[in-house]
Design a protein around this ligand. Sequence first.
Ligand code: GAR
Length: 196
Amino acid sequence: MKRIVIFASGNGSNAQRIIEYFRDRTDARVVQVLSNNKNAKVLERAKSLEVSAFSFNRMALYDTDDVLHLLEATRPDLIVLAGFLWLFPKKIISHFPDKIINIHPALLPEFGGKGMYGKYVHEAVSAFAKAQPEQTTYTGITIHKVTPEYDKGDILFQEKTVVTATDTPESIAAKVHQLEYDHFPAVIADYLASKS
Ligand code: GAR
């Protein structure tokens, strides 16, 4: 049984779907959820699905090895960033080579990088679409390996959706979330299978 650890900063709707997807499978399971925000809804979601969940602060992630030691004890086969908004530290990346993936709510390399997360991505996509009404604009999801730079690692999967003239940042977010729910768990399963 492969072991998945999820990092998330906020709501955790993707984390919930990933936990539920693997709950009834025999090949992998979400064993832990970690958040940089002690009030994040993702912690409640995980606990109510009987997955152990902890929060940590900046010092534990960047200045000490507390989070690294926790991960060493948990022995994940895959670390999944599902709405994790802090830069992932180099020392953890080098400890888990090819074992950390992230989902980004747009079609990288467009609309990525520092500060491009969550609603800021959808606002930028919406503004871009409105500025070029004669052109079809697409957005979507990108699942990629994590490197020490934001949104730069090898791309494993992308899926797109059209942005229409009447779309708002909120409606774009809803479309993108639906793509995430439809594809992210299966991409995780495929990636784990490809590594065994
Ligand atoms: C997701 O849309 C994810 O792609 C995005 O945060 C959202 C979290 O939603 N991630 C980023 O923007 C990372 N740069 P959720 O907490 O409901 O799963």
